[in-house]
Design a protein around this ligand. Structure first.
Ligand SMILES: C[S@@+](CC[C@H](N)C(=O)[O-])C[C@H]1O[C@@H](n2cnc3c(N)ncnc32)[C@H](O)[C@@H]1O
Length: 256
């Protein structure tokens, strides 16, 4: 139940890049919000509106940001919590619920999560259809989880013959983990497996590098890159004058 006249929290995702990948629902929410809360880089992607207050913060302050949004909503404000991509994928929606989980009073606040296009969807669309069959999504960042857990999940995903989408593959402070991840993949998957580095998809500096597990250079990945590593069924479709498509067929053979 919500308090009459109380504010609300709109948890929105901007999509991975251009405005035309932003849903109309999210655009409407950004228009009617009295307050925007989020990482500065994402708030900079929202057009300024007269009378709207922006609360920009550092990238690592997710729960503080969520708490601020809920506090403002209690004061009667309509607060948009802004993420890139989809707000439920390695983004603010989980932080909002983490705070609500530990604060019974916050459960009375109206919270609406609005989906956005996630980077893996945008990257997959550019490449063809690499996520056409079962896939796993793993963040390589050990900021919020230990590296041995990431290694365990990478190995399990490779053993399960999933297509694997890697978010947060590398940063200036974490340059080595993508190399470790590729070493692990090379030990568990066929070397001819298709691999793609999709960087800044939808933005002016977009770059797509298509390779194989044997030849891919992990140094290609940075924080603006989404890495896709195929399953045993993922294949290239060559085409004249352009990079090959990558797709994973809708069915898998019975090899078990
Ligand atoms: C903190 S996560 C946020 C993910 C976001 N919520 C989503 O659904 O796409 C940031 C990571 O998403 C990926 N990413 C976001 N935008 C991207 C883009 N335009 N092109 C490629 N990868 C992108 C990168 O792996 C980046 O390190």
């Amino acid at each position: 139940m919500t308090h009459a006249g109380a504010g609300e929290v709109l948890v929105v995702g901007l999509g991975p890049g251009p405005d035309h990948w932003r849903t109309p629902e999210v655009s409407e929410a950004l228009t009617r919000a009295t307050d925007l809360v989020g990482y500065k880089t994402y708030l900079d992607r929202c057009a300024p509106r007269p009378g709207q207050t922006r609360h920009a913060s550092d990238n690592r302050e997710e729960c503080d940001r969520a708490r601020l949004a809920l506090t403002l909503a209690r004061e009667g404000r309509t607060v948009a919590v802004v993420s890139g991509g989809d707000p439920g994928v390695f983004a603010m929606a989980a932080a909002v619920f983490e705070v609500i989980d530990s604060d019974a009073a916050a459960r009375q606040i109206l919270v609406t999560v609005m989906p956005g296009v996630s980077a893996m969807q945008a990257a997959a669309a550019r490449l063809g259809a690499p996520l056409g069959h079962d896939f796993c999504v793993i963040s390589l960042s050990d900021h919020l989880k230990p590296w041995p857990l990431i290694e365990r999940r990478l190995k399990a995903a490779a053993d399960g013959d999933f297509v694997i989408a890697l978010y947060n593959p590398a940063s200036k402070t974490r340059p080595a983990q993508i190399f470790q991840a590729f070493d692990l993949m090379r030990a568990h998957k066929a070397l001819e497996t298709p691999v793609a580095f999709a960087r800044a998809v939808g933005r002016p500096d977009e770059q797509l590098i298509i390779s194989t597990l044997a030849e891919a250079d992990p140094a290609t990945a940075d924080m603006a890159t989404l890495v896709i590593i195929g399953s045993s069924q993922t294949r290239f479709v060559q085409r004249p004058g352009a990079a090959p498509w990558i797709y994973t067929p809708r069915s898998a053979p019975d090899t078990e």
